[in-house]
Design a protein around this ligand. Structure first.
Ligand code: NAD
Ligand code: SIN
Length: 471
């Protein structure tokens, strides 16, 4: 039934992992619409309790969830385990964030008036997820949305549907009404049907800039619906005035190649003081040569696994060659380790003398390198992108960091830390093509509810002091 069923295959082996009928957006939205008001009417304490039970269900099923995430994405077990831990931690973070960002407040007002700020849920929110963190990232929208009293229709990526289904099953097993969190299985067609559905009140999206821009265009005519976009990056890491080049190399490798480069916050461009270029490359080459690349359950555990599928691996290999044809000088060739499987080795290209540059997100283990003579040129190169998600400086000089922080345009600006590994307990989002100013993670509460301000008094006692003739 190829037209009716979605198949999920393991990137590392090509084996079929899971299959499921394609879903129907109309059906799922109708169920969610019928369910959200009762959920919204429950006291907040009841919704918190239900979400804490969800965290417990995930805790109980952690080993099975870890195994599934590793198989379906190809990421190593150690990394899949951290994803499961992040899913669990999201509940407490969201409870705190809900009360700090969207809780109730009384505002100072003149005598006899109570000015109250409270928040209401939007209604039915659609969530579209990416494949690189198929549990953690959609969960970062779903938990705050449910907490605020919304119902959710979640469409996981067509490349990782089993992980999405597992996540939804954990909500149901925790007693969260089945109508309030719906699973829609499918690909871009089902995503389009969901996004354009008249009965959703908003869309919370994590994925590529291309899709996000298409959604933004579509929502331009629907100002009444909330749209939160978390998109990609073309993130720089700058190495300047640092004595410890081994540590610099570790930070570059962690930034560029963790999760086989499939992180929105991965470093795509290394910008380095030309005087440090040779010794840093020597350290990088030594370190990359030692990286274990293998299937998720391998022992010893690999640093990174395959990219998500063969098509993606082919596209990345082609992109690497394109960089060379644009005048890039390969510093380390990206190789396919096993024929017909998407295991790639990290590739690096020196683009300093290239005739042209491309400002696109190459979502895999490719690092472009730029040598610069001054720190000002390095900052200009770092900012030469339409994106603005994350940026890091590796340097021992605090004044350089001050200059970097003040001049870099990105939502995450780090110092002597990788570009990735962002904390869920902090706001997460970028500028430019990386987002639409509705940051997620700790700030997700903001787009899951709208503020209602009420001027209130127990009695209808009123008087007019001016503008009246004598009675
Ligand atoms: P994608 O844009 O291809 O797909 C994301 C989701 O949108 C999927 O569920 C997909 O089925 C759906 N979709 C695709 N086209 C659609 C359309 N026209 N209308 C409606 N839905 C559509 O992204 P991906 O390849 O799955 O994920 C990788 C991308 O996600 C990278 O660009 C990465 O940078 C980005 N990402 C961003 C963040 C962030 O928080 N900023 C985090 C992780 C990943
Ligand atoms: C991601 O969301 O793709 C990565 C988050 C991070 O590692 O910073």
């Amino acid at each position: 039934m190829p037209d009716q069923e979605l198949l999920s295959t393991e990137p590392a082996t090509g084996a079929v992992l899971w299959r499921h009928p394609i879903g129907d957006a109309d059906t799922e939205v109708a169920i969610a619409r019928a369910s959200w008001a009762a959920w919204a009417a429950r006291p907040l304490a009841v919704r918190i309790e239900a979400l804490r039970r969800f965290a417990n269900v995930v805790r109980q099923r952690a080993d099975a969830f870890t195994d599934l995430l590793a198989r379906e994405t190809g990421k190593p077990l150690w990394e899949a385990r951290t994803e499961v831990e992040t899913v669990i931690a999201k509940v407490d973070i969201s409870v705190t964030s809900y009360s700090e960002r969207t809780g109730q407040r009384r505002i100072e007002a003149p005598m006899n008036t109570r000015l109250a700020l409270r928040h209401k849920p939007h209604g039915v929110l659609a969530v579209l997820g990416p494949y690189n963190f198929p549990a953690h990232l959609p969960n970062g929208h779903i938990v705050p949305a449910l907490l605020a009293g919304n119902a959710v229709v979640f469409k996981p990526s067509e490349k990782t549907p089993a992980s999405g289904a597992f996540l939804v099953d954990c909500f149901h097993a925790a007693g969260i009404p089945e109508g309030c969190i719906r699973l829609l299985i499918g690909g871009p067609d089902q995503g389009k049907a969901l996004a354009s559905h008249p009965d959703i009140d908003g869309l919370l999206f994590t994925g590529s800039a291309n899709t996000g821009i298409a959604l933004n265009r579509q929502f331009a005519a629907r100002p009444e619906k909330i749209l939160a976009l978390e998109m990609g990056g073309n993130n720089p890491i700058v190495v300047w005035n640092t004595p410890d080049l081994y540590s610099a190399a570790v930070l570059v490798v962690q930034s560029a190649f963790t999760t086989a480069g499939q992180r929105c916050t991965a470093a795509r461009r290394l910008i380095v003081d030309e005087k440090l270029f040779e010794p840093l490359m020597a350290e990088l080459n030594k370190l990359i040569g030692r990286l274990i690349i293998g299937e998720p359950h391998a022992d010893p555990q690999p640093f990174m696994g395959p990219v998500i599928d063969n098509n993606t691996a082919d596209m990345l290999t082609e992109s690497f060659l394109t960089l060379s044809t644009m005048g890039g000088r390969p510093l380390r060739h990206m190789e396919r380790l096993i024929e017909n499987r998407p295991f790639l080795t990290p590739g690096m290209v020196d683009m300093t003398e290239a005739r042209e540059k491309v400002d696109v997100e190459l979502f895999g283990p490719i690092l472009q390198v730029f040598r610069k003579a001054s720190f000002e040129e390095a900052i200009a190169e770092a900012n030469d992108t339409r994106y603005g998600l994350s940026a890091s400086l590796v340097s021992q000089d605090p004044r350089l960091y001050d200059q970097f922080w003040a001049n870099i345009r990105a939502g995450i600006v780090n110092w002597n830390k990788p570009t990735n590994g962002a904390s869920s307990a902090a706001p997460f989002g970028g500028v430019g093509w990386s987002g639409n100013h509705r940051p997620s993670a700790y700030y997700a509460a903001d787009y899951c509810a709208y503020p209602v301000v009420s001027s209130e008094s127990e009695q209808a006692r009123a008087a007019m002091g001016v503008g009246l003739r004598d009675a």
